[in-house]
Ligand binder design. Structure first.
Ligand code: PMP
Length: 360
């Protein structure tokens, strides 16, 4: 068996300890003679799995009691629709567009009401986070939407927008559990699991209780109502049981490691290794403004697309895979989620040094 350094943007690397643990329980989970995959979700054994997962996530993120935690399906993309469907009461929302995902979220919301783009960094290919300290918040906005970490471009908000009292909604798909976050500053947080938590197929939604409404239009599909999922404990229908079990294992792994503070310290260390090298390199350069840098997704290039292609192709000789940048911007992208070991970044920087020497 050989594991590689998988820099994929998602689905991404998972903790080896979690995978090994799950493998050891694959045929027989806790002496009940079957895998979690084969177990009814209406059993006390599965109820404990989902309850523990929720409890551990609450502990990790310090989620206040007046928030519901939901494990839903449909990816972060379905939240682009569910958020306006459920939260637009007056039919107006403000969107901050800092990347392709935020743009898609805004486009989807337009199907349900009036969307105002109150800030954007599209003028410079989403290579920075705009100043959000004094935005033109719409008087009648039901909420303000942001995407905290922009997976494709490698940017991250380092200050929350001043929403002037309006509810803040944030897509934290590619930064959830990577740094401490004050949940009480948000009305709703959501994240696809496939980067920092577990397998694809689960979306975590953290929603303040007063935003969950029951007076939805009668033609709203049942599966798209937060009130239904909240009242049924994320089990209105069959939930993605095995995925929830794996997410629970990752939460346990993080708790054992010392929680978010501890993993954030490691994440900062990993990011510093790569950014410090990039900042002094004569061949490679980072593609985003320094004060907008993400510690989860690091985008970089050389000045020559052919050299980039050579770098990407030769990376596998160093057990480095999925280092190619998103097709819309080219170059390289190293996604360094929680489960990427420090050794992975050291291997990447060592390879970059060799490549620089050979190609400068
Ligand atoms: N938001 C962000 C920040 C993402 O990175 C992605 C996917 N990589 C999405 C939304 C879309 O997620 P999904 O594929 O789960 O719908």
């Amino acid at each position: 068996m050989k594991r590689v350094y998988n820099f994929s943007a998602g689905p991404g690397v998972l903790p080896e300890a979690v995978l090994k643990d799950a493998a050891s329980e694959m045929l027989d989970y806790q002496n009940n003679g079957m895998s979690v995959m084969e177990m009814s979700h209406r059993t006390p054994m599965f109820q404990k799995i989902i309850d523990d997962a929720q409890k551990d996530l609450r502990t990790l993120m310090n989620i206040p009691d007046n928030y519901k935690v939901l494990f839903l399906q449909g990816g972060a993309s379905l939240q682009f629709s569910m958020i306006p469907m459920n939260l637009m009461k007056k039919g107006v929302a403000d969107y901050i567009v800092t990347g392709a995902w935020a743009k898609k979220a805004a486009a989807e919301a337009k199907k349900f009401g009036k969307v105002n783009i109150i800030a954007s960094s599209e003028d410079k290919m989403f290579s920075y986070i705009p100043d959000v300290s004094d935005l033109k918040i719409s008087d009648d906005a039901d909420y303000v939407h942001m995407c905290d970490n922009n997976t494709i471009y490698g940017t991250k908000f380092h200050h929350l927008p001043n929403t002037k009292g309006k509810v803040l909604v944030s897509d934290i798909s590619s930064c959830i559990l990577s740094e401490e976050i004050d949940v009480s500053k948000f009305g709703l947080l959501y994240a696809g699991a496939q980067k920092n938590i577990g397998p694809a197929g689960i979306t975590v939604v953290i929603i303040r209780e007063d935003l969950i409404r029951e007076d939805m239009p009668v033609n709203t599909p049942t599966m798209l109502r937060y009130d239904i999922h909240a009242s049924k404990g994320s089990m209105y229908n069959t939930p993605p049981t095995y995925g929830i079990y794996l997410c629970g294992k990752t939460f346990q792994w993080l708790l054992n490691l010392g929680g978010i503070k501890a993993i954030n310290k490691i994440n900062e260390e990993k990011a510093a290794l790569l950014y410090d090298y990039l900042d002094q390199s004569k061949l490679f350069f980072g593609t985003v403004e320094k004060n907008s840098r993400s510690i989860m997704n690091v985008c970089f290039k050389t000045n020559d697309p052919e050299l980039d292609a050579k770098f990407i192709s030769n990376a596998k000789n160093y057990d480095i895979v999925n280092i190619k940048g998103h097709r819309s911007i080219g170059g390289m992208r190293a996604s360094m989620y929680n489960a990427m070991p420090v050794d992975g970044i050291k291997a990447l920087v060592d390879y970059m040094k060799i490549f620089e020497k050979e190609n400068l």
